[in-house]
Structures are given as structure tokens and as C-alpha cells.
Ligand binder design. Structure first.
Ligand code: HEC
Ligand code: HEC
Length: 278
């Protein structure tokens, strides 16, 4: 008898617990996260293949997460683009998904756009910051938030528009990934002096070069025996061996966090990609 009664009461307790769990789930989950997971699934299966899992761009399609042109589109316009596609430009029409799914995928895209706390950073941004200004010596050449060198570009906003893979590729293989005009120039003068730096000004008869120490050198073409421009980057080409892959992830995270923070603090900052197109 005793055992039987215990059995009942345990069952009651278990049922009670289950319904508490169910109730809590309903209260905290609510209707929105259902759209969220639905949107996330739809995005993963329909969009990520081209735009990247974080929406920051892939091989086949541009960044739609942090590109400010897309962030600034009103919902109906954004939904319209996804529904109708962009014919002739490789963006398919998703009208067959139906209105409810279109709404869900676009609200998930909005979450990716306000990404910060949703998409996981690949590494640890604090360790990345220490590497940037320490062992990896990025700050010898690049400035972030007013600190660092100047022979490379200012990187405070760089990652606001860049895809994770793109930043990693830039660190690991700058010679391959930098456009020619961002690479170094090396000249050899008729007297045999060799100078390397960044090309600053060039006309038909002369050029000027900024060297690593920040100084400028000016040459007439007639003084030069050799000019090599655009084949190598000034950036060290050996980060693949001097940094391990966790350290590269940390640096990428640091640049992503910096780009996010800076673009959030200055909403008027217009997308850098406009002056960055090759
Ligand atoms: C087959 C590859 C492909 C797929 C899949 C794809 N897109 Fe695109 N998408 C593109 C391309 C390419 C462009 C750029 C078109 C252009 O140059 O104007 C684009 C452009 C866009 C734009 C406009 C960007 C702008 O700058 O105005 C949005 C928004 C967009 N896609 C959202 C989505 C969403 C959401 C999905 C999934 C439902 C999706 N795309 C699936 C290739 C794709
Ligand atoms: C010896 C100088 C030097 C060092 C050290 C260096 N860079 Fe660079 N980096 C450059 C130069 C020069 C360029 C090409 C010019 C430019 O920045 O546009 C460049 C380009 C880049 C770019 C692409 C910028 C763009 O606008 O396309 C990124 C990102 C970058 N570097 C990140 C890093 C990181 C991260 C480190 C440290 C791991 C690092 N760099 C170390 C000199 C350097």
C-alpha cells in the first residue's frame, strides 16, 4: 500500500514539474523566438550559401548584415528585394517562400544586422587587442582608435564592413588578398640605392614614396633603374607561421568588435566600402 501511494505521489510531482517547465518555456519563449528559430533556419538554408552564415558576405554575394545601405532599408523594401530578387544580378526571387517566411527571414536578418550579442565572435577580442599592440606588432603600421602607426591604413572601422573570412585571409596572405595599389613599391636608383615604401604621388615624370620611418622620398623617373610596384605587401607575409590559428581568431575578433563599436558610436559613419571598391 505504502509503495503504491508513493508511486502516485511521485507521478504527481513529475507531472507537476513538467507543467511548470512547459509554462516557463511558454513564458520565456513566446511567439518571437519561434519566428527567430524559423528565420534562422530559413536563412541558413536559403541565404547563407551565398551571403555567408553571418550575412557578412560570401564568395557569391555581398555583405547584407553590416553594410549600412542594407541596414538603412525599410522593412517593406528589404522584404521586397528578397521576394522579387534582383534580376540579372544573381539574387534569386524568394516569393515561393510565402509572406510569413519572408517576414521571418527578414526579421532574422535584422538580428544579424544588430549582430553583437547573437553571432559568436571567432576568438577572444581582449587577447586580440593585446596581440595587435604586442606580439603581432600590427600597431607598428596600423592605427586603431588613435593609437599605432600610419604606413598601413587606419583599422578602426575596417571590420564594420568586412566578412570574418576576409579579415582572416588578409592577415594570413596579404600578398594575395591586397589589391595592387595597396601593395608596396620598391625602387632601385641608378646609384644602386634600394627604397621600399608606399607610393604616395605619381605623375609621368616623378613619384614620391613614404617609407616605414614616416619620411617621404621624392624621385624623378630618370633617377631610377628599377621600379617594382604591386607585387608584394609591406605587411609581414609570415603570420601563418608566427601566429597560431587561435591567435588569428583573436585578432579577427578584436577587429570585429572594434568595427562594431565604432560604427555604432558614430551612426553617421558611412560605409567604408564606397571608397574601398577595387
Ligand atoms: C545564389 C546566391 C544568392 C542567394 C541564395 C541569396 N542571395 Fe541575396 N544577393 C545575391 C547577390 C549576387 C546580390 C547582389 C545583387 C546586386 O549586385 O545588386 C544579392 C543581394 C541581396 C540584397 C540586397 C543588397 C543590397 O546591397 O541592396 C539583399 C537584402 C539580399 N540579397 C538578401 C538575401 C536573402 C535574405 C536571401 C535568402 C532568403 C538571399 N539574399 C539569398 C545572391 C544571393
Ligand atoms: C610592416 C607594416 C605592417 C604590419 C606589421 C601589419 N600590416 Fe596590415 N597592412 C600594411 C599595409 C602597408 C597594408 C596595405 C595598405 C592599407 O592598409 O591599405 C596593410 C593592409 C592590412 C589590411 C587591409 C586593409 C584594407 O584597407 O584593405 C588589414 C585588415 C591589415 N593590414 C591587418 C593587419 C593586422 C591584423 C596586422 C597584425 C597581425 C597587420 N596588418 C600587420 C602594413 C602592415
Amino acid at each position: 500500500m505504502v509503495a503504491w501511494r508513493q508511486g502516485i505521489s511521485i507521478q504527481v510531482v513529475v507531472l507537476g514539474l513538467l507543467s511548470v517547465v512547459a509554462l516557463q518555456a511558454q513564458q520565456t519563449v513566446g511567439p518571437q523566438p519561434k519566428t527567430f528559430s524559423q528565420g534562422a533556419e530559413l536563412f541558413a538554408s536559403n541565404c547563407a550559401g551565398c551571403h555567408g552564415a553571418d550575412g557578412r558576405g560570401g564568395e557569391h554575394a555581398p555583405n547584407i548584415a553590416t553594410a549600412s545601405e542594407v541596414q538603412h532599408l525599410a522593412d517593406p523594401d528589404l522584404i521586397g528585394i528578397v521576394k522579387n530578387g534582383i534580376s540579372g544580378a544573381g539574387m534569386p526571387a524568394f516569393a515561393p517562400l510565402g509572406q510569413q517566411n519572408l517576414d521571418a527571414v527578414v526579421s532574422y536578418l535584422r538580428i544579424l544586422q544588430g549582430r553583437g550579442n547573437i553571432v559568436k565572435l571567432p576568438g577572444d577580442p581582449n587577447r586580440g587587442e593585446a596581440l595587435f599592440f604586442g606580439k603581432a606588432r600590427c600597431s607598428d603600421c596600423h592605427m586603431v582608435n588613435g593609437k599605432g602607426g600610419f604606413i598601413g591604413s587606419e583599422l578602426s572601422f575596417y571590420a564594420a564592413d568586412a566578412a570574418t573570412d576576409q579579415i582572416r585571409a588578409m592577415i594570413l596572405d596579404p600578398d594575395k588578398n591586397l589589391p595592387a595599389e595597396k601593395k608596396a613599391i620598391t625602387v632601385v636608383t641608378l646609384t644602386g640605392q634600394k627604397i621600399t615604401g608606399m607610393l604616395k604621388v605619381k605623375d609621368n615624370f616623378s613619384l614620391s614614396i613614404q617609407t616605414m620611418d614616416g619620411g617621404f622620398r621624392f624621385f624623378q623617373n630618370s633617377e631610377l633603374a628599377q621600379v617594382d610596384f604591386g607585387s608584394h605587401s609591406l605587411m609581414p607575409a609570415d603570420y601563418r607561421s608566427t601566429l597560431n590559428s587561435n591567435e588569428v581568431d583573436d585578432l579577427v575578433s578584436y577587429l570585429l568588435r572594434t568595427g562594431d563599436e565604432n560604427s555604432r558610436h558614430s551612426p553617421t559613419h558611412s560605409s567604408k566600402s564606397a571608397d574601398d571598391d577595387d
